[in-house]
Design a protein around this ligand. Structure first.
Ligand code: ADE
Length: 236
């Protein structure tokens, strides 16, 4: 079973994302355990503070090393962890292969940052992986952690009733998903493609695959290029 321990100063923000739909069912089925750990419970001073002014000045507070180290060390004393992840816009860009790899792990810590960031020594000594969900800055790591965990959990076998369905998602084979339709077959003259009504499974599978390729070429041509060049237009 996959266990994810999320360290946060805002556990309330993460209640809802893990209590609906596929993620909720995966927890109920015992496929994943998610623990929200309130960083303030590990504060070491009498004010229970978790942030302090930055050395060298400048606006914004920095998350202190003691509570985070105490929390991570406490967790590590109870079980080994495969990764200690820090959600950060500086991190490795999240993509489907990274989610696939993480879904195969057993124990993960996910640390959500706030304010100006976390004391650099935490990143140097305690964090094993930094992950960004995109080239933009969020107010904190919580929403990014929710995105990361959702993308991992749906990949666990049994999380989705039709087991093949997560594997046929967009991006699993570096292609975006084909178009999908449901009833009615004709909505005021807007018609579902005939082939999908033909009942010919082989032709339908072929058509869907071709649609995926066509869409990928039109909308996300970078997905068809080798990984190194994929984000070159973004990262400059
Ligand atoms: N924290 C703030 N912005 C973030 C981002 N884009 N990805 C991950 N964590 C973040």
């Amino acid at each position: 079973m996959l266990r994810i321990d999320i360290i946060t100063v805002l556990p309330e923000l993460l209640e809802s994302p893990f209590n609906h739909s596929i993620v909720k069912r995966a927890r109920q089925k015992g496929l994943v355990e998610i623990n929200l750990i309130h960083l303030r419970d590990f504060a070491t001073n009498k004010h229970r503070s978790v942030d302090d002014y930055a050395y060298g000045g400048g606006a914004g507070m920095v998350m202190m090393i003691e509570p985070i180290a105490a929390c991570i060390n406490h967790l590590k004393s109870e079980r080994p962890y495969d990764e200690v992840i820090y959600m950060s816009p500086d991190g490795e860009l999240l993509d489907q292969p990274l989610s696939n790899r993480l879904s195969l792990q057993q124990n993960l810590i996910v640390l959500c940052g706030h304010y100006k960031g976390i004391d650099e020594r935490i990143r140097e000594h305690l964090i094993t992986k930094e992950i960004s969900i995109g080239n933009y800055v969020l107010s904190g790591g919580e929403l990014a952690a929710a995105v990361l965990c959702d993308s991992i959990i749906r990949l666990i076998p049994g999380a989705i009733s039709d087991e093949t369905s997560a594997l046929s998602d967009s991006f699993q084979d570096n292609l975006v998903a084909p178009p999908v339709y449901t009833r009615p077959a004709d909505f005021n003259g807007w018609k579902v493609p005939d082939i999908l009504l033909s009942g010919n499974e082989k032709l339908i599978t072929e058509w869907l695959h071709n649609q995926s390729i066509k869409r990928t070429q039109e909308r996300r041509p970078n997905l068809l290029k080798p990984k190194d060049t994929e984000n070159s237009n973004i990262q400059g």
